[in-house]
Design a protein around this ligand. Structure first.
Ligand SMILES: [Zn+2]
Ligand SMILES: [Zn+2]
Length: 426
């Protein structure tokens, strides 16, 4: 059988995931994700276009904008079938609404299309199996953020493909690591964000993060932890609830709403008690008066989006906290080039004016993507694997990972560019 994989986004680039898969002889594709990226001027970059009538069904892996952000486009004039977990559906509504609020001017769809899309979603749980014509689709946890899913498609002749979306294989406080153990697939379409890099051991990262926060708080300073509102903020709050339950911790922005939502989905959370404890012990920031007030208090922790200091209340806090050496700005996610977070880390400056930051600056690796060794192991654990298609990573990362997988698992690999269509004979 001939399989066609059409890469509409995330070919040799991180994000903008959009992968269409079909049997060569079929008319319509199964589309996995349709995400958005933002360029240096913060303008949205969409995946390559595809006509909605070429899509048999759309499967969403998780609610980060680089996987879901452009999907409402299909609901302007048509209603393709769309599937995700229930938590991903609810999170998508929050995430895309926020994007429309901030960048709506540049986007080719509005709230109406978002609503139509969300209302069209048929929800699937982990372990679910559905039939689309003569194909069977199975759903598994991807271990990346709560609600994140991987999909396995099996065609009538037994040929099968797994799409990982973003994946993590280690347990974190909010999600259990993913596994593909025992699953069979001819083709694995896998992310390669960290194809070049292994993360340090998580326990050690947590240990030094906690030590750092404690020393700032004990010194009477404020520890600002800029954290992405979906996933990372809740992971940090759960860690703080575990290790510093008596600390004075505030959390701000969309992380509040998302924490509330996570608490309604116990089945998706690894350590639910910790998340509950965090919600009980720590204080959500409500309104600008409170924001102003807590900047005057010493000995506390503020967890707030945005993770790279691009927008969100974190930007407000940085401007008020940067000039005191007792305070600290503790970054906990990847800092993309040209973001204020990256500039702060590399040059120690607040903004373009070059204002020096007196507060201490730290960075900790709390990634929710599997590292290089873990990705090799994941591919190795798939039975009868013939081919790996590496996407959602730089060219360097994807090729390096490909060679490693070839050596360790014996499977061939390809690193397509966005726009490529790969035909695989299986
Ligand atoms: Zn992604
Ligand atoms: Zn993601």
């Amino acid at each position: 059988m001939k399989l066609e994989i059409l890469v509409l986004g995330s070919g040799r680039e991180v994000g903008r995931a959009a992968i269409a898969i079909k049997r060569n002889s079929d008319q319509q594709y199964l589309l996995f994700d349709y995400g958005i990226n933002f360029d240096l001027e913060d303008k949205p970059v969409l995946p390559l276009p595809i006509s909605p009538n070429k899509i048999r069904a759309l499967f969403i892996s998780h609610a980060h904008l680089d996987h879901i952000g452009a999907a409402p486009l299909f609901y302007i004039s048509s209603h393709p079938s769309i599937y995700s977990t229930l938590l991903t559906a609810l999170l998508s509504k929050i995430m895309i609404s926020d994007m429309l609020r901030l960048s709506g001017y540049y986007l080719p769809f509005e709230y109406l299309e978002l609503d139509t899309m969300i209302n069209s979603i048929k929800t699937l749980s982990y372990g679910a199996q559905i039939e689309i014509d003569d194909k069977i689709v199975n759903v598994f946890s991807a271990g990346h953020i709560p609600g994140s899913a991987m999909y396995r498609v099996e065609f009538r002749d037994g040929t099968s493909v797994i799409y990982t979306g973003d994946v993590n294989t280690i347990d974190t406080r909010i999600v259990k690591g993913a596994t593909l153990n025992g699953l069979e697939a001819d083709v694995l379409v896998m992310e390669s964000t960290y194809g070049l890099y292994n993360h340090p051991i998580r326990e050690r990262v947590e240990e030094s993060f906690i030590e750092t926060v404690k020393s700032v708080v004990e010194d009477g300073g404020i520890a600002l932890v800029p954290a992405f509102s979906l996933g990372r903020a809740q992971e940090i709050l759960a860690l703080l609830a575990d290790r510093m339950p008596h600390a004075n911790v505030y959390y701000d922005g969309m992380s509040r709403e998302i924490l509330e939502l996570f608490l309604q989905f116990k089945e998706y959370i690894n350590n639910y008690q910790l998340l509950e404890k965090a919600a009980k012990l720590f204080t959500p920031v409500k309104g600008s008066d409170m924001r102003k007030q807590i900047c005057k208090e010493g000995g506390s922790v503020i967890v707030s989006p945005a993770g790279m200091l691009k927008g969100g209340p974190a930007q407000y806090y940085v401007k008020r906290l940067y000039n005191d050496s007792k305070n600290a700005i503790i970054l906990v996610s990847y800092q993309a080039p040209s973001t204020p977070g990256r500039r702060l880390l590399t040059d120690g400056v607040l903004d373009d004016s070059g204002t020096r930051v007196k507060a201490k600056v730290y960075w900790f690796d709390f990634s929710s993507h599997a590292g290089s060794n873990n990705l090799v192991e994941l591919a190795k654990s798939v039975r009868n694997l013939k081919k790996v298609i590496l996407i959602h990573g730089s060219e360097d990362a994807a090729f390096t990972l490909g060679y490693r997988i070839k050596e360790a698992a014996g499977a061939d690999f390809e690193v397509p560019k966005t726009g490529d269509s790969i035909i695989i004979e299986v």
